[in-house]
Ligand binder design. Structure first.
Ligand SMILES: Cc1cc2nc3c(=O)[nH]c(=O)nc-3n(C[C@H](O)[C@H](O)[C@H](O)COP(=O)(O)OP(=O)(O)OC[C@H]3O[C@@H](n4cnc5c(N)ncnc54)[C@H](O)[C@@H]3O)c2cc1C
Length: 382
């Protein structure tokens, strides 16, 4: 089911697979009841995982988009919680590498590269603004050489460990996207309160917290780009993040399909293995076909990104199709396992719980459709 990779891309995939099997797999059982241990995060960081997308000139891995996608996919085959932790940190690192000043890179990007900030977080969503992210209410009030931030963020991935938080806040009365700016907030900043961990359906080892900002003084130098450019920065970050979420969902569904393929050859009913029933074969064929198509859409988005072309629509298409297909595949694998599929001793219920969120975060499927339709209706090339 693999698209052809260059020798270098293949090496990255082999490296990721080996790492996932040897360093992440031993933690998977613990990850069902505990958050990722800092030791694993340190190991990920020391192996370069947290800055794979950062150019080599900035100390990162300099991976092209497809190489990064296959690495996230390999990690997700073993542990989706670890994969999303890495993916979000890379999304912030990539944003800093792209939009940060030399001083911001020196201070914040290098903290991710070196591992002194174990992870990084993206803080856009609030209680009353999820899909309608431009309606956010967190305020950043300018006071001579600094801003004072006040507000509440929810669903902050990696929040428990991050040293660097990218916070979108309103700097002007202008409603909607134009009034939003992006700030780098440090973990130890006075007034930044890390709230409770969410108790989630899946991705149990990934940290998801609430965050409150109470009179947090952020130096002007921590604003990314100009005032009013925060929403644009966030959307560009999400374009990239959506390829990662698509890759994450693909990896999880591939693991589910692999488990299904093993099971149908072992389980017998009516004197035959399940693999001999055509109804079961169709499920397997549909699953493999959908995942192959998802892989191609991801590769297309990666290709456009690598070439420096607009890839917003392609990333949304990849995320929409991959996450919907992957969720269907994981659900069907539970069906193939029968009652055992519902039991935690078998892996497929976890794959389903882990994959389900991919249709929600970094823009729901409905929002991906809006993004795609908007691009089509403005007359973009098909
Ligand atoms: C585990 C997890 C981790 C997350 N991590 C982060 C993070 O690190 N940083 C961050 O900022 N956010 C994060 N999020 C937030 C996530 O991106 C939002 O949950 C998501 O964007 C949806 O917003 P919402 O939950 O408020 O749903 P709502 O916006 O309230 O949507 C509810 C439903 O209505 C639909 N809907 C809304 N508007 C429309 C429309 N115009 N047309 C059609 N249907 C519509 C939605 O698709 C959805 O089905 C995370 C969420 C989860 C669950």
């Amino acid at each position: 089911m693999r698209i052809s990779l260059s020798d270098e891309q293949q090496q990255f995939q082999d490296w990721a697979k080996k790492f996932a099997e040897s360093c992440v797999k031993p933690h998977v059982e613990r990850h069902q009841t505990e958050r990722i241990q800092p030791e694993l995060l340190k190991e990920l960081s020391s192996q370069g995982w947290m800055a794979l997308t950062v150019p080599e000139t900035e100390g990162g891995g300099g991976l092209d988009p497809l190489s990064f996608s296959v690495c996230i996919r390999e990690l997700s085959r073993v542990c989706a919680s670890t994969a999303i932790t890495v993916a979000v940190t890379n999304m912030i690192a990539e944003t800093l590498a792209r939009d940060g000043t030399a001083a911001q890179k020196k201070k914040f990007l290098s903290s991710i590269v070196s591992g002194s900030s174990l992870t990084a977080s993206f803080c856009l969503t609030e209680n009353s603004s999820g899909s309608d992210a431009a309606a956010l209410r967190t305020r950043a009030e300018k006071k001579s050489r600094h801003y004072v931030l006040n507000g509440e963020k929810i669903y902050v991935t990696n929040g428990a460990y991050s040293g660097v938080f990218l916070v979108m806040a309103r700097t002007s009365e202008t409603p909607g996207a134009q009034g939003i700016s992006a700030f780098i907030v440090e973990r130890d900043q006075k007034g930044l309160h890390l709230g409770k961990e969410e108790d989630k359906m899946g991705l149990t080892a990934s940290s998801t917290i609430q965050l409150s900002l109470d009179q947090v003084e952020v130096p002007e130098e921590n604003r990314l780009l100009e005032e009013g450019e925060g929403f644009k920065i966030a959307m560009r970050s999400l374009d990239s993040g959506r390829i990662s979420v698509a890759s994450q969902s693909l990896g999880t569904a591939e693991a589910a399909l692999a488990a299904g393929l093993r099971y149908v050859k072992e389980r017998e009913q009516f004197g035959k293995t399940l693999s001999e029933f055509q109804a079961i074969q169709w499920k397997l064929a549909n699953a493999a076909t959908e995942l192959s198509a998802a892989e191609l859409l991801i590769a297309k988005a990666c290709d456009l990104k690598r070439k420096g072309r607009s890839y917003t629509r392609a990333a949304s298409m990849a995320k929409l199709f991959a996450t919907e297909s992957a969720t269907r595949v994981c659900n069907e694998m539970i069906q193939i396992f029968g009652g055992y599929g519902y039991i935690k001793e078998y892996p497929v219920e976890r794959f389903y719980r882990d994959v389900r969120v991919t249709k929600l975060y970094e823009g729901t499927s409905e929002i991906q459709r809006l993004v795609i339709a908007k691009d089509l209706l403005k007359g973009a090339e098909l």
